[in-house]
Design a protein around this ligand. Structure first.
Ligand SMILES: *[C@@H]1O[C@H](CO)[C@@H](O)[C@H](O)[C@H]1NC(C)=O
Ligand SMILES: *[C@@H]1O[C@H](CO)[C@@H](O)[C@H](O)[C@H]1NC(C)=O
Length: 375
């Protein structure tokens, strides 16, 4: 009898038409931001996109030529998922948005709360499940980190002080990509919160680390300015003591993280023919990091053992380049410079790549951030 009940409940939990998961990015539309969700089929391919309001406004930053047409807030990690929690930012209304992802309907995340980020132009968010803390970085005229206590179904609560970041004299509208925050991220053991800040575009950028002590993110960061990483952009950890940091100056750097959370460059990885490597995606299964280049339609894989390029994976030529990307199952999903998403099979190189054309789905200029939920 018990066995039958178990079968019945499993059948209920896994209806045949349920997607394997969902892929998400932020539409940082100044008229009203939304999370765009695409169902991930059992074969890893994507279904039709839909939007869910984030309860706030987006923003499209400027570069020296005026409003940008890609990369609206110059960041990695604009959408962050752990378990069934999804966090994103409203860069135009200075709030953090917190959603629950329904297991049986992941493309319709449910907004639980929005809260003031204390600064201006939040552009990246990290979540620690161990500490039940979401931390957001602001990159506007009031730049800094603010953390929030997260609970299952109730509102977010600001915890700790506002922690200023070295983003100097930022303007309204936001001017980038130099002189902006790139990403906030907890290390794998969730014992410190790391932030990358680009610097002035010529000199080395910054890596700040806020230790977590007794579940509290400390107010004073360990400040590093590792020599040889100008425009410190997106990054990921391989382990607590090793990270890969993208730099559009030459590709990426392997960065050693000391027991005291100081960051030093171990190896510079020069990517031949690179235009602007700014984003990274980490594949847990192989420990590989994929580098994404805003101006080149290919992925560069770097191997933590050799600390060198393992291979180059050609993308879709019409993609023109890649922005944020994320690994889900055996696929890597990359936001194209052109209006669409490329799906790379990271296990079977003869399968794909495939592209999903999103030209009819609104304005590409305001899209950023990539995250997955897998059932
Ligand atoms: C920022 O602005 C202040 C006040 O105008 C000025 O003194 C300072 O030099 C500026 N810093 C940078 C890095 O531009
Ligand atoms: C790899 O993908 C190709 C093309 O879809 C397919 O024919 C082949 O069977 C796949 N190989 C494996 C091992 O799944």
């Amino acid at each position: 009898m018990k066995f039958l009940l178990l079968l019945a409940s499993c059948a209920f939990a896994l209806p045949q038409n349920k997607p394997a998961g969902a892929l998400y990015f932020l539409d940082s539309d100044p008229a009203g931001a939304s999370v765009v969700s695409l169902p991930i089929r059992q074969n890893g391919l994507l279904g039709h996109p839909s939007r869910t309001s984030t309860g706030g406004l987006g923003l499209i930053g400027n570069n020296m030529n005026g409003p940008v047409t890609v990369d609206p807030v110059f960041s990695q990690g604009a959408v962050t998922i752990k378990g069934n929690r999804l966090f994103t930012v409203n860069p135009g209304s200075n709030t953090l948005a917190y959603f629950r992802i329904p297991r049986n309907d992941p493309t319709h995340p449910v907004l639980i709360d929005t809260i003031d980020t204390q600064g201006t132009v939040p552009n990246t968010v990290a979540y620690s499940d161990k500490n039940k803390l979401a931390c957001v970085a602001n990159t506007g005229s009031k730049p800094g980190v603010q953390c929030f206590r997260v609970s299952d179904c109730s509102s977010l609560q600001a915890v700790g002080g506002f922690k200023p970041l070295p983003v100097l004299n930022q303007t309204t509208p936001l001017l980038g990509p130099a002189n902006t925050v790139s990403q906030v991220l907890f290390n794998p053991s969730e014992t410190a919160l790391f932030v990358t800040i680009k610097g002035d575009g010529t000199n080395d950028g910054f890596i700040f680390a806020y230790p977590v002590v007794d579940g509290q993110v400390q107010e004073t960061p360990v400040q590093s300015r590792p020599a040889g990483v100008p425009v410190t952009f997106g990054f990921n950890f391989v382990t607590d003591s090793l990270a890969v940091v993208a730099t559009p100056a030459y590709g990426a750097a392997f960065v050693d993280i000391g027991a005291d959370f100081t960051a030093t460059v171990s190896t510079q990885v020069r990517v031949p023919g690179q235009r602007a490597v700014c984003w990274t995606a980490f594949a847990e299964a192989t420990q590989s990091t994929y580098l994404l280049d805003a101006g080149v339609a290919a992925l560069t894989t770097v191997d933590p053992q050799t600390r060198a390029i393992a291979r180059t994976v050609p993308g879709i030529p019409t993609a023109n380049g890649y922005f944020d990307g994320v690994v889900g199952g055996t696929k890597l999903y990359a936001l194209q410079a052109s209006s669409g998403i490329t799906i790379f099979d990271i296990q079977n190189r003869s399968n794909g790549p495939f592209t999903v054309d999103l030209t009819s789905f609104g304005n590409r200029a305001s899209w950023i951030g990539m995250a997955v939920y897998m059932n």
